[in-house]
Design a protein around this ligand. Structure first.
Ligand SMILES: *Cc1c(COP(=O)(O)O)cnc(C)c1O
Length: 360
């Protein structure tokens, strides 16, 4: 069997033991004689699957009791609308920080439903840094403050949360959830599409504080109300059953490996290996501001477009695939989510060193 090291930004690599377990259970889930895909979501077996997944996720993230965990559909992109629809009832004004393409999309959706104040932006330098944020930049009457915790395309992340006082802090954590410890109690809402660090595409995780569930704007469709899904335990309609099952296997894998603090150590080693090489290289160059570097997405460039293309091609021939950067940044991007083993990054750095010697 030939498995490559897949540096895709998303959908991204999944842990091999998870895929193997899913394969073993594919046609007969634990003696039921059927696949999880064929199972009623109201069955006892499925109820155990979703509840176990939820419990594992709560343990991994150390989620306080006054937060609900929802398994929804529609991706992080649906949350761009769901957040304002549900939170604007407490004042139709919100503060957003613009740190890239995903922030912009969130801002555009929120603007449909109320006043949006973009308090800071890093667009002046192709979103290569996180703007400095001070308490007095936020409006005291804002219904919430929205940040994109890790910027998948530009490889930046918040290493420190903005101080927002009592205003609920809402974050898109799609590309960094479960990668390092975060204090859930600092947030009103945390949401994430699954296809980077949770599981396959198709399920969206939402962690929402109890007091933010309830009133939504009058026109909000039933499916877009947090209250609908809280009340029904994410079973208002058919949930993405197989994606949740697989996410549950990923949570189990993470717990078996020692949880978030253990994977955080591995992630820091992986990122350091890559950044240390980039900092010492005479040919490759990282594009994100040093102090705001992501642990998950590492964009870098070579001096010419021709070298970028040659590197991507030769890397793929060596089993290091999906390294092409996003078109807005160019060059390369190595996404090194939880499922990327340390050896994958070691192989990549060794290949980069060899490429540097050959092309110096
Ligand atoms: C991938 C990504 C999204 C888009 O997620 P969908 O599930 O495709 O809607 C949004 N925000 C961030 C930070 C992402 O990395």
């Amino acid at each position: 069997m030939a498995r490559v090291y897949n540096f895709s930004a998303g959908p991204a690599a999944l842990p091999l033991p998870v895929l193997e377990k899913a394969a073993a259970e594919m046609t007969d889930y634990r003696g039921t004689g059927m696949s999880v895909m064929e199972m009623s979501h109201r069955s006892q077996e499925y109820s155990d699957i979703i509840e176990t997944a939820r419990d594992r996720f709560r343990r991994l993230m150390d989620i306080p009791d006054n937060y609900h965990v929802l398994f929804l559909q529609g991706g992080a992109s649906s949350q761009f609308a769901m957040v304002p629809l549900n939170l604007f009832s407490g004042g139709a004004r919100a503060d957003y920080v613009n740190t890239g393409a995903w922030s912009k999309k969130a801002i555009a959706e929120a603007k449909r439903w109320g006043d949006v104040n973009v308090v800071a932006s890093s667009e002046d330098k192709t979103f290569s840094y996180i703007p400095k944020l001070e308490r007095d930049m936020f409006s005291p009457d804002a219904a919430y403050v929205h940040i994109t915790l890790n910027n998948t395309i530009y490889g930046t992340r918040y290493t420190k949360l903005p101080s927002v006082g009592n205003i609920p802090l809402v974050t898109d954590a799609s590309s960094c959830i479960l990668s390092e410890r975060i204090d859930v109690s600092k947030f009103g809402i945390i949401y994430a599409g699954a296809q980077k660090n949770i599981g396959p595409a198709g399920v969206t995780l939402v962690v929402v504080r109890e007091d933010l569930v309830g009133d939504a704007l009058e026109a909000t469709p039933t499916m877009f109300r947090y209250a609908t899904h809280v009340k029904a335990g994410s079973m208002f309609n058919t949930p993405p059953t197989y994606a949740i099952y697989l996410a549950g296997l990923v949570f189990e894998w993470l717990e078996d490996r020692g949880g978030i603090s253990a994977i955080e150590e591995v992630n820091k080693r992986k990122a350091a290996l890559l950044y240390d090489f980039l900092d010492s290289s005479s040919l490759f160059k990282g594009t994100a501001a040093t102090e705001d570097r992501s642990l998950m997405n590492v964009p870098f460039v070579l001096p010419t477009e021709e070298l970028n293309a040659t590197f991507i091609k030769q890397a793929a021939q060596n089993g290091l695939v999906t390294l092409k950067g996003h078109r807005s940044v160019g060059g390369m991007r190595a996404s090194i989510y939880n499922a990327m083993p340390l050896e994958g990054v070691e192989k990549l750095v060794a290949f980069m060193k060899k490429f540097e010697t050959e092309n110096a």
